[in-house]
Design a protein around this ligand. Structure first.
Ligand code: NAD
Length: 296
């Protein structure tokens, strides 16, 4: 029976570290500022944004949400982003996805200053990640949170065979880059990967990370014995139950460790967003902070 990786508990430790960092910054007169832009009234986004605000407040990050109606124009949001780029009180900016159809998310992502790009979606930051450039730059929070989890669980990555399923800019692609940077051999599968090929690849993988939004895509019988399974998917079934992309009951019989849904990757994403916000504030004000994440 696999160990269940407790994302909630690891996120709690990470938030405590972030709180200690905000206290350090406060002593130097800096309160990290996060601005979330929410366009339209997607109910799931409203819940996410509220959770982000609440979590931010608890660790001493000054978070506020700027709301626009679904009818807002790209030009008015771009003008606001430009003002926030110039605002000394603001260290981190994110625009909640999905955006209404009249918005080009690539244009919005590129408008946020790379130094305030808390989601790590700016092409400059993505380019640095894929080029494995040195120095600090923000990286997408879900895959980064997964790296923290793997480290916390003592999962060795160098030389390991890792399968990432899903290639979005939010999860799969930056996940691939982070794992490759950690010297793993990484395969990136996606919707055009034939299901038989996907299953063969999964059987060879030491770690399987699934971010597709497809219920039960990976079963226990697809896995190598002792594999580590990270399930990023969040899917709501007709009966209201939340499940991931992996069939938890069969996979947990074969894996050595597995993340649950909910309570696995989700809490890590928000805690990592706060971690990145505080780092950006430190960068912005030229304050060196201990890299205390290593010790969680
Ligand atoms: P997305 O729709 O942007 O991308 C889905 C990816 O899955 C695509 O790259 C696609 O090629 C791939 N895919 C689809 N069907 C497939 C199949 N049959 N076989 C192999 N690959 C397939 O989604 P996303 O934003 O990357 O999110 C993926 C899932 O993760 C969703 O369920 C989302 O809710 C969840 N998610 C969770 C968190 C979290 O914090 N836990 C964060 C982000 C996303």
């Amino acid at each position: 029976m696999a160990k269940i990786i407790d994302g909630k508990a690891i996120a709690k430790k990470l938030r405590a570290v972030v709180k200690a960092q905000t206290e350090q910054l406060k002593q130097k007169g800096v309160i990290p500022g996060l601005v979330v832009i929410l366009i339209g009234n997607d109910p799931a986004s409203e819940i996410y944004v509220r959770n982000k605000e609440r979590a931010a407040e608890k660790v001493g990050v000054n978070a506020r949400t700027i709301k626009y109606p679904a009818s807002a124009t790209e030009a008015e949001v771009l003008a606001k982003i430009e003002a926030l780029n110039q605002d000394e009180q603001v260290d981190a900016i994110l625009v909640q996805s999905p955006m209404p159809a009249q918005f080009n998310s690539e244009v919005i992502q590129a408008a946020i200053s790379p130094a305030k790009d808390v989601d790590g979606f700016h092409p400059l930051n993505i380019g640095k990640l894929f080029a494995n450039r040195s120095g600090y730059y923000p990286v997408a929070n879900t895959p980064r949170g997964i790296m923290t989890m793997l480290k916390h669980e003592g999962v060795a990555l160098a030389g390991k065979n890792i399968l990432v399923v899903g290639r979005s800019i939010l999860v799969g692609r930056p996940m691939f880059a982070l794992l490759e940077r950690a010297n793993a051999t990484v395969t990136l599968a996606h919707r055009y990967t034939p299901i038989d090929t996907l299953k063969l690849l999964a059987q060879q993988a030491d770690v399987v990370i699934v971010a597709t939004g497809v219920v039960n895509l990976i079963q226990g019988s697809d896995l190598k014995a002792g594999a580590v399974v990270i399930d990023v998917g969040i899917n709501r079934l007709a009966d209201g139950k939340l499940v991931g992309d992996v069939d938890f009951s069969s996979a947990s019989q074969v894996a050595s460790a597995i993340t649950p849904v909910p309570g696995g990757v989700g809490p890590m994403t928000i805690a990592t967003l706060l971690q990145t916000t505080v780092e950006l504030a430190g960068q912005h004000h030229d304050i060196e902070m201990e890299q205390a994440w290593q010790n969680i």
